[in-house]
Design a protein around this ligand. Structure first.
Ligand code: ADP
Ligand code: MG
Length: 292
């Protein structure tokens, strides 16, 4: 490829809010046939808010939320930020946490006021002997509306659930339509629950998705599709997405996402609008046609 055409392509991209980091990304973009997209922060705003708090018998809403916020305060996760912000908005008192642990893609655990608290996905709580059955109904109701429900256990007993909603970006539906019109196969990947994933996928007309994907498995999906001969772009924003972004033929980071995602990607969409991928592909095609 001639450096001049590449420079022109990169310059045009920048004007359109698409930062192309290297020549390889610009060259490969036109051949991309499969786009993997992370849900949270990529299809959605990534600014989750608490939508409802449902205490189990023996717990009250404020007490449950205060305990949850205490435990989530040391966490970097966007779900944690939503819980902490809600407790602050309700002027609830948060306490210190001891023995804090946050296994990636599962949840958080620690001691709050001498009690052992866990917040996270149902399967993880169940692994630790929590009978989550009584929390399922409220959680699934929230999930069917596209919210994320995290379950709370105190001293090994089910204590309640917290529904956290994150709005789909205004640009997402039209961006996906444009990408599909170009023949791209769009697959959503999320660490979130299947019911939530299905609700969001259905709302956006996404036919293929994988839910309950652990952070390390996103990269494995990229590698599997590449082995199948697909030319794969992966769009994401989080620390969790970085290995998959680096493994993809073209990694696409959302502007406003984490630094490590941006560093791992060949392309950054400044406004976080996936329509940028359509523009970048057109630019790639024009650049490569110019060189050929
Ligand atoms: P995503 O791929 O949607 O960004 P993650 O892999 O980070 O999701 O997390 C997957 C799931 O693990 C979340 O939907 C939630 O159920 C649980 N989880 C992870 N971190 C936390 C946390 N700090 N508090 C509560 N739940 C969490
Ligand atoms: Mg994300």
């Amino acid at each position: 490829a001639t450096p001049m055409s590449i420079m022109v392509g990169v310059g045009r991209g920048a004007q359109a809010g698409v930062l192309i980091k290297n020549a390889e990304a610009l060259e490969r973009l036109e051949k991309v046939d499969t786009l993997l997209v992370d849900k949270t922060g990529t299809l959605t705003e990534g600014k989750p808010r608490v939508a409802s708090v449902t205490p189990a018998p023996g717990f009250d809403e404020k007490g449950l939320l205060a305990m949850a916020a205490s435990l989530e305060r040391p966490s970097q996760h966007p779900l944690a930020a939503a819980i902490v912000a809600e407790a602050a908005a309700r002027n609830l008192l948060v306490e210190e946490v001891a023995d804090f642990d946050a296994p990636s893609g599962k949840g958080v655990t620690g001691k709050v006021g001498g009690r052992q608290v866990m917040i996270g996905k149902a399967a993880w709580l169940a692994e630790h002997g929590v009978d989550t059955g009584a929390l399922t109904e409220a959680a699934d109701k929230a999930r069917r509306e596209g919210a994320t429900a995290v379950l709370v256990a105190v001293d090994g007993k089910p204590a309640g659930s917290i529904a956290i909603a994150d709005q789909v970006k205004a640009s997402t539906a039209s961006a996906l339509a444009a990408l599909r019109a170009k023949g791209l196969d769009v697959i959503m990947l999320t660490g979130d629950n299947r019911v939530t994933a299905e609700a969001i996928a259905q709302r956006l007309g996404i036919a293929h998705f994988e839910a309950d994907v652990l952070p390390a498995d996103k990269q494995a999906v990229v590698e599997r599709l590449k082995r199948e001969g697909k030319v794969v772009a992966m769009a994401g924003d989080g620390v969790n997405d970085a290995p998959a972004l680096a493994a993809a033929d073209v990694g696409v980071a959302m502007g406003g996402g984490t630094d490590v995602a941006i560093e791992s990607a060949g392309v950054t969409l400044i406004g976080g609008d996936l329509t940028g991928i359509v523009k970048a592909r057109a630019l790639s095609h024009a650049t490569m046609a110019n060189i050929r």
